[in-house]
Each structure stands twice: as structure tokens, then as C-alpha cells.
Design a protein around this ligand. Structure first.
Ligand SMILES: Nc1ncnc2c1ncn2[C@@H]1O[C@H](COP(=O)(O)OP(=O)(O)OP(=O)(O)O)[C@@H](O)[C@H]1O
Ligand SMILES: [Mg+2]
Length: 489
């Protein structure tokens, strides 16, 4: 017998005019590993918060037989207050032993994960736990979670991670949760079938509609013809002997008209089926581009970078070509962010063209925690007029009602989108993007890919997302063993 550990009933969460969650009933059994997926802002984190009782606004009942440990999506900056952190886990994650404020984004996340994995509770809630993690750490996390004997609820946009762990998928869309058994691949298969079914139903509907419309059109033409003929005949003053045939025509005409009515009724009675493709499209604004003539706007000569007495790169030379899309990869803590910062500060040995205008997306931009509405925030940060900012926000997925949403209630993906838009709104000829794919859903990743591809200047970026790098980078450099080495072409 499967043991029921959690029941959620009649859960409703409404923010402003938006119904975020509208759930009738969900049940979770012991040993299940449920992967929660869905577009940004659909309510994944909200659902997890509701389960853990962190949502005073939520209406409904959450009945839990077990206690959960909780890994927050947006806050990895603080050192957990109490409890010991298992040394072995820390070392398997390669977390350094200095204070958390000095750690890299990935190290901070791993420190918090290690803390959570050290305490034993029967339930684990992980909200996007692979954010910032390098491949090795992700593999280790998967291994740890496979050994976990309790109940796991987790949110992820990472298909590999979902495939390796999920025994069930919850897809959140329009406030509803749909359950699919199996891992992500199984979900995809079921989803493909659903899409095919829908397509068939749609085609059926279209065919029926067309044939009804055709019949109506034909009948109407017949009626028109009859009417015209009659008018002609009246003009010609037909003889009384033909009166009877005219009467006959009248009956025919009436019966056709009746037929038209029946057809029209059937047409309007057809259950309307719409085709797929109501996905909201995301697109980022184009930057105001400043010309740059220098062929190698960024150069390094015998550069050494040290962080917390740890030498990250030593004596390296590099030059980054104008207009190239360049990825910087490397394990957590290898020095990617330090390297990008060094360029921004033109540290010793690094020269940056005086005509370079660099616009930056910072790795931890989402941790900004202020109270301004998104529209005020973007207006304060740029010189654009309200109308322009409105249309930009609209293009990155904010509806009319959401423009006045405060920044600190935005979901992770929504925050990333706002920060990326801001990066694009600043005039530039070089973009530096530090992990711009964190938290964002597939359609946003695609928008970001086309942004990078079409950007006329140089783009330097970091990412742990292989597909994203493949789709965007012309050149890939890896930081490892204190060197920066070109690893493609
Ligand atoms: N306190 C709040 N007030 C108003 N709106 C809120 C509040 N909290 C969350 N929201 C909104 O509710 C929606 C759902 O947020 P949630 O964080 O659950 O999304 P998510 O599915 O986890 O998204 P992501 O993939 O970006 O993490 C978002 O549009 C968010 O802006
Ligand atoms: Mg979330």
C-alpha cells in the first residue's frame, strides 16, 4: 500500500486580478519524487510555499503527515542559523571553508543544499536546486537525491535533472496542476499524444466548418438566382399560364432558405476548437548600439587574479575579438565572475578600448530586493518615457495589470527577464552576461538566444547550460587549472 503523506484541497491563490493557483485536489505519496514544471510566473514556487505553510494569503487546506526541509529559489545568501552541516557533503560539493559572503553564486547555493541534505526530514522541497551548479555538482546532487528515502518535491527547468529523478511530473499552467506519471521523457511522450489528439480534433472541426460554410454559400447562391429570375420575369410580364411554375419556385426558394437556416444553426452549434499556439511570445528590446572600431576591444596581458588568497588565474593572455559571441565556462568557483569583474574594472594587465560601452547582466541580479513597481524601476534606471517602458514590459511578458507589481514579489524568472531587459536598454557595444539563463523558461531562453545572435557587438557570457552555449557561442573559453583556454575551433 502506498502511504499518503500530503493532501492539498481547494487551494486558491489570487494576487491582484491574477488567479495564480486554482487547485481542486492533489495527493502525494511517500517515496514519490515529483518534478514540478511550467512557465515563469505560473505558480510553481507559490505552490511549494503553500505546501510548507509559508503562504498566509492562500486559501484552502494543506494536510501534511510529514515535515519538509525547504530550499528557497531566490535566497541562498544567508548562512543557515542552526544545525551542523555535514562535512562530507560540503567536500563532495567542493564548497570552500571560508565565510558564505565570499563564496561564488554556485558555492553559496551548494552550501545551502548541503545544509538541507545534512538534516534529516521525511520531506524535501527544492525550488530550482540546480541553479548556478556546474555539471559535476548536478551529478552529485542527483546521486544524493536518489538515495533520499523520503518524499521529494522539486521545481526545475533542467530536462536532464528531471529525467534522472522524477517519478511523476506536475505541470502547472493557468493555475491548474496536471499530473503525468514517469519522468520528463514520459511526460513529453504523453504531451505529444495530447497535442496530436488536439490537432486531430481541430482538423475535424475545421473540415466540418468549411463544408457547412460551403453548403450555406451554395444554397444562398441558389436563392439569389431564383430571386433574380423572378424579378426578370415580372418585368417581362409573364403570362398567367406560367403562374403556377412561379409558385413552385417560391416553395423551392423557401425550402432552400430553411435549409440555410438549419446549416447556419449547425455551424454556430459546432463546438469551437482553437489550434495550439496561444503561448505568449517573449522578446527583448534592441539596444542602442554605439560604434566600435577597435578589432580587439578587450585584451589581457599576463593577468593574474586572486580571490581570498586563492589564485584563480595566473599569468594568462587573451584577446576578445569585436563582434564575437564568447562563452566562458568552468566549474563552480573557478573564477568566471571574478574574471568578468576584472574586465569591468580593467584590472592590472587588462586593457579595454576607450570606445567600449559595456552593459552588464549580473549573476545575482535577481537577489535585488526593493519595493518599486517594475514600471517605476525601469523608468528610474533608464531615460525612456513611460509609453516605451510599457511596451517593453509587455514584450517581456507582463500584462497591463502586472506593470505595477512590486519587484520583490516577482518570480525568479520574471526578475531575470526584467534585469535582462534593463541590460539591453543601456546603450552599449559590448554585453557581459553572467549566467543569464538562470530561472528562465524555454521560450525566454529562446528569446535570449536570438538576442545574442542578433546583437551587433561583442557578447561575453557564462552559462552552465550546454544547449544554450551550443546555440549562441562562436568561441568557448574554459577557466581551469588557473588558465583560460580556448576549447573550440
Ligand atoms: N506577494 C505577491 N503579490 C503579487 N504577486 C505575486 C506575489 N507573489 C507572487 N506573485 C506573482 O505570482 C505569480 C507566480 O509566482 P511564482 O513565484 O509562484 O512563479 P514560478 O512559477 O515559481 O515562476 P519562476 O519559474 O519564474 O520561478 C508571478 O506572476 C508572481 O509575480
Ligand atoms: Mg519559482
Amino acid at each position: 500500500m502506498k502511504e499518503l503523506v500530503l493532501t492539498i484541497e481547494d487551494l486558491n491563490v489570487v494576487y491582484g486580478t491574477k488567479t495564480v493557483l486554482e487547485i481542486e485536489k492533489l495527493m502525494v505519496y511517500q517515496h514519490e519524487r515529483i518534478g514540478i514544471i511550467g512557465n515563469n510566473g505560473e505558480g510553481k514556487s507559490t505552490l511549494l510555499k503553500a505546501i510548507e505553510g509559508r503562504l498566509p494569503e492562500g486559501k484552502g487546506s494543506v494536510n501534511s503527515q510529514i515535515e519538509f526541509s525547504y530550499f528557497d529559489q531566490l535566497n541562498h545568501t544567508e548562512k543557515p542559523m542552526n544545525g551542523e552541516v555535514n562535512e562530507e557533503i560540503l567536500s563532495r560539493f567542493s564548497v570552500p571553508d571560508y565565510s558564505i559572503e565570499k563564496m561564488s553564486g554556485g558555492e553559496k547555493a551548494k552550501y545551502n543544499l548541503a545544509y538541507i541534505l545534512s538534516e534529516y526530514k521525511e520531506g524535501l522541497i527544492l525550488d530550482e536546486p540546480t541553479t548556478h551548479l556546474d555539471q559535476r555538482s548536478i551529478s552529485y546532487l542527483i546521486e544524493e537525491l536518489r538515495f533520499f528515502y523520503g518524499t521529494l518535491l522539486f521545481v526545475s527547468h533542467d530536462r536532464y535533472f528531471l529525467n534522472e529523478l522524477a517519478t511523476k511530473i506536475w505541470e502547472i499552467s493557468d493555475g491548474k496542476v496536471k499530473e503525468y506519471s514517469g519522468n520528463f521523457e514520459d511526460y513529453r511522450r504523453q504531451k505529444d499524444l495530447e497535442v496530436m489528439e488536439k490537432k486531430k480534433t481541430y482538423e475535424n472541426y475545421e473540415n466540418q466548418k468549411k463544408s457547412l460554410e460551403k453548403s450555406i454559400e451554395k444554397s444562398k447562391q441558389q436563392v439569389d438566382k431564383l430571386t433574380q429570375n423572378r424579378k426578370k420575369n415580372t418585368k417581362k410580364q409573364i403570362k398567367p399560364s406560367r403562374l403556377s411554375s412561379s409558385k413552385q419556385k417560391d416553395t423551392v426558394q423557401k425550402s432552400i432558405q430553411k435549409n440555410v437556416k438549419t446549416l447556419e444553426k449547425r455551424l454556430s452549434g459546432l463546438e469551437v476548437v482553437t489550434s495550439e499556439g496561444n503561448e505568449k511570445h517573449i522578446s527583448f528590446p534592441k539596444t542602442k548600439f554605439e560604434m566600435l572600431h577597435n578589432d580587439f576591444p578587450i585584451k589581457g596581458d599576463k593577468v593574474t587574479l586572486v580571490n581570498e588568497n586563492k589564485v584563480l588565474v595566473e599569468d594568462v593572455d587573451f584577446q576578445f575579438e569585436k563582434g564575437k559571441k564568447i562563452a566562458i565556462v568552468g566549474e563552480n568557483g573557478s573564477g568566471k565572475t571574478t574574471f568578468l569583474d576584472a574586465i569591468l574594472e580593467a584590472k592590472e594587465g587588462i586593457s579595454v578600448s576607450s570606445k567600449a560601452f559595456i552593459s552588464v547582466y549580473e549573476q545575482l541580479a535577481y537577489q535585488l530586493n526593493h519595493n518599486e513597481s517594475v514600471i517605476t524601476y525601469l523608468m528610474n534606471q533608464t531615460d525612456y518615457k513611460e509609453a516605451v517602458v510599457r511596451s517593453i514590459l509587455h514584450k517581456i511578458g507582463f500584462t497591463q495589470n502586472e506593470l505595477t507589481k512590486r519587484y520583490n514579489v516577482l518570480s525568479g524568472g520574471e526578475r531575470t527577464r526584467v534585469s535582462l531587459a534593463l541590460t539591453m536598454l543601456r546603450p552599449s557595444n559590448i554585453l557581459i552576461l553572467d549566467e543569464p539563463t538562470n530561472f528562465v523558461d524555454l521560450r525566454t531562453i529562446e528569446a535570449l538566444e536570438s538576442l545574442i545572435q542578433s546583437y551587433p557587438g561583442t557578447v561575453l557570457f557564462t552559462s552552465h547550460d550546454k544547449t544554450f552555449i551550443q546555440n549562441t557561442a562562436e568561441v568557448v573559453y574554459e577557466i581551469s587549472n588557473k588558465k583560460i583556454v580556448r576549447i573550440n575551433n
